[in-house]
Write a protein that binds this ligand. Structure first.
Ligand code: FEO
Length: 403
């Protein structure tokens, strides 16, 4: 059953949403689902921009067939060759034998790696800055390597002013009828997922994202059409601004993030006490998470969000508690940088988690470790209470100086 949407007189949304998938990339929980966006332009030549994940291939193929209404499909522009967008290419080649595939040299190579059909005979290879005229429409291709894979490019339709932005400006979350960001409460209902999507999928590649934003800043963009989540046709500066913040590794919000691991509750109690002290010193916007309860992708996203962070962990097998160690390693993998942090360790004997957390954090770029690093032996006593009070002063100074 087709369910395509008209964007303008000759541009159509032919993607679909999946609310069944539990883990995106088999790692990130997506309680709100995800959409796989694809766009079909009905010009003198017909042009499809990317395909979808196999999970929604039936809806997608019905949409393409319905919009084409008996016409053949001339071009498939492949902006991104990750399987959540390229899973239907072989099926399209069978259904539309004259289909030409537009991509750069890396894209074409990847298609050959994923598929066994004859790619070369239908490949239309483009270079950075090349264009393709399909009648009324003219697509200019701008390479955006590592946003999110090395072959990624974005396509700008100079006729409509539409930027087909691949993963960039995407978000987790299934579409529920409303196709445009200005039709939903984006800031309230979508921004957390958009941040979590960006940080976890492309957060490591801030430099490359900034390069792409710079390239895009010279274009007269009227609409941003990503491969996931709603389309942007109003207030583009709002979302471009968020991307600029995230890609430049500066805090998005002034506030204090407290993340702990706790086996029997004593480290959690210490963090609750610290939180109270911080609140009494006037720190606003304090957020606390148990690393055993909250998914790591949320914690990584929150670490990128806030200006000052405290990590607290018991010593476990003479190491950092595994859930906290996973978080710190994941932060390192995502090039986490440029923050004030503090460390609290706990243990009944042979404490070592503080030193090991400090070592991991010190290896990240421009991480300032606040003093004192607090060491708790089993539970907070008067001496540790005093140390936490001194740390609360340091945290207040850190949060207050944040922009
Ligand atoms: Fe939505 Fe990098 O794939």
């Amino acid at each position: 059953m087709h369910n395509y949407r008209k964007i303008n007189s000759d541009v159509f949304y032919v993607g679909a949403s999946d609310r069944r998938l539990a883990l995106f990339e088999n790692i990130y929980p997506i309680d709100r689902g995800v959409s796989y966006n694809s766009y079909l332009v009905m010009d003198e030549k017909t042009v499809l921009l990317d395909t979808v994940d196999h999970s929604v291939s039936r809806e997608f193929l019905d949409n393409v067939e319905a919009v084409l209404s008996g016409r053949k499909l001339d071009y498939l522009i492949v902006n991104h060759m990750e399987p959540d967008h390229c899973s239907v290419i072989a099926e399209l080649v069978i259904r539309y034998p004259e289909l030409a595939i537009v991509g750069n040299a890396k894209t074409i190579q990847m298609i050959k790696q994923f598929y066994s059909f004859d790619v070369d005979s239908r490949a239309h290879v483009v270079k950075d800055g090349d264009s393709l005229s399909t009648g009324k429409h003219n697509f200019v291709f701008a390479f955006a390597p590592m946003v999110h894979w090395p072959e990624v490019m974005v396509s700008f339709d100079t006729t409509d002013g539409y930027l087909y932005s691949a993963d960039a400006f995407g978000t987790f979350g299934a579409l529920s009828g409303n196709l445009y960001a200005d039709e939903v409460e984006f800031d309230r209902e979508w921004l957390d997922d958009a941040r979590r999507y960006y940080i976890n999928i492309v957060g490591k590649y801030g430099v490359q994202v900034m390069n792409t934003l710079k390239k895009a800043s010279s274009l007269p963009i009227k609409m941003i059409l990503p491969l996931h989540g709603p389309i942007w046709r109003e207030d583009l500066g709002y979302f471009i601004g968020k991307y600029t913040t995230w890609a430049s590794y500066v805090p998005e919000d002034k506030g204090l993030l407290l993340v702990y691991s706790s086996i029997y509750g004593n480290t959690a109690s210490a963090m609750d006490l610290l939180a109270s002290m911080c609140a009494e010193k006037g720190i606003r916007n304090i957020h606390m998470y148990d690393a055993s309860k909250t998914d790591c992708s949320v914690l990584v996203s929150e670490c990128f969000r806030y200006s000052t962070i405290v990590f607290a962990s018991p010593t476990y097998n003479a190491e950092i508690f595994p859930k906290m160690e996973t978080l710190l390693l994941d932060l390192k993998a995502h090039a986490f940088q440029n923050r004030d942090v503090a460390v609290i360790e706990n243990g009944t004997w042979a404490l070592s988690s503080g030193r090991k957390m400090t070592e991991l954090l010190s290896a990240m770029k421009n991480i300032r470790i606040l003093e004192p690093s607090v060491s708790i032996k089993s539970s907070v006593k008067d001496g540790e209470r005093e140390q936490l009070a001194v740390l609360a002063d340091a945290l207040a100074a850190s949060v207050n100086k944040a922009e």
